[in-house]
Write a protein that binds this ligand. Structure first.
Ligand code: ADP
Ligand code: MG
Length: 257
């Protein structure tokens, strides 16, 4: 079985990478989980997962003449298989985003859950690919109307390619914010459910600084509880791995948005 999720949002800094690793660790209690940093232009998952010094990364798989094997870019970390991406601008420019299809197709054959940490903007080919290829998106939003509006654009785009919405994670929620009212609006406009409301938390920042996912660094923090709740609500589907791999392999990459 396998289901591919793109963790997406309309803007950077909403907590996609934090959420990808937190959901990944929570799901890894039950499933074989593979996390991919598909935010190839603004990669930072490596810093959240203690992989700053990874030798081979996704960039090496996306650059034609580097000849790296997919398994060389897969690292066992925190109970998950993690594929980090490098941060070099030169490598990003040399990378062929279309090659991500084959990489993901290969990884899909050997895992239960694929989580694609996705770029924020929808402005380029590499940015839309994870959203186009995933089965469902998890939209990470701050509980404000502008953030909701950005998230809706991402969802509209995803739906136009047949990608469904798994749900919304409200992140960095402060006590003074009326998340219920926003969640109400989100419920009306988004196809998916509210998966969780994750509080603004010092532990989340501390986890990043220490190069560990939140659920490893501060498993008892309320933010960690909220992410575990979100994961429990995801209801992973058991797609056929060959079908999913084939869908990725044969996907047509949109030329422009
Ligand atoms: P994105 O991948 O969407 O750009 P990140 O997950 O890297 O976002 O988060 C951006 C910054 O916000 C990081 O420094 C992270 O530690 C911080 N952050 C994310 N979620 C929270 C939270 N719930 N509470 C406090 N800080 C957070
Ligand atoms: Mg990120």
């Amino acid at each position: 079985m396998v289901e591919a999720f793109a963790v997406a949002s309309g803007k950077g800094g909403t907590g996609k990478t934090t959420s990808t690793l937190a959901l990944g660790m929570a799901l890894a209690e039950e499933y074989d989980v593979t996390v991919i940093d598909a935010d190839t232009g603004m990669a930072n998952l490596l810093f959240h997962a203690g992989l700053d010094d990874a030798d081979v990364t996704l960039h090496d798989l996306l650059i034609a003449d580097r000849d790296a094997a997919v398994e060389d870019a897969v690292y066992d970390r925190f109970g998950m298989s993690v594929v980090p991406c490098g941060t070099s601008l030169t490598a990003f420019e040399a990378a062929d985003p279309k090659r991500l299809r084959d990489v993901v197709a290969e990884l899909a054959a050997g895992t239960d859950v694929l989580l694609l940490d996705s770029p924020a903007a929808l402005g380029s080919k590499s940015a839309v690919l994870p959203i186009v290829l995933a089965d469902r998106i998890v939209v990470v939003l701050q509980p404000t109307v502008p953030s909701l509006s950005d998230g809706l654009k991402v969802q509209e785009y995803a739906h136009s390619y047949g990608t469904e919405t798994a749900g919304v994670v409200f992140n960095r929620v402060r006590d003074d914010e009326d998340v219920d009212q926003i969640a109400d609006q989100a419920g009306r406009y988004f196809g998916g459910q509210t998966l969780a409301s994750v509080p603004e938390s010092d532990a989340v920042r501390a986890a990043r600084r220490s190069g560990e996912p939140l659920l490893a660094h501060a498993p008892d923090d309320p933010a960690a509880d909220a992410f575990r709740e979100a994961a429990a609500r995801l209801d992973v589907r058991d797609g056929d791995e060959h079908d999913v791999a084939e869908r990725f392999r044969s996907a047509v990459v949109p030329e422009r948005v």
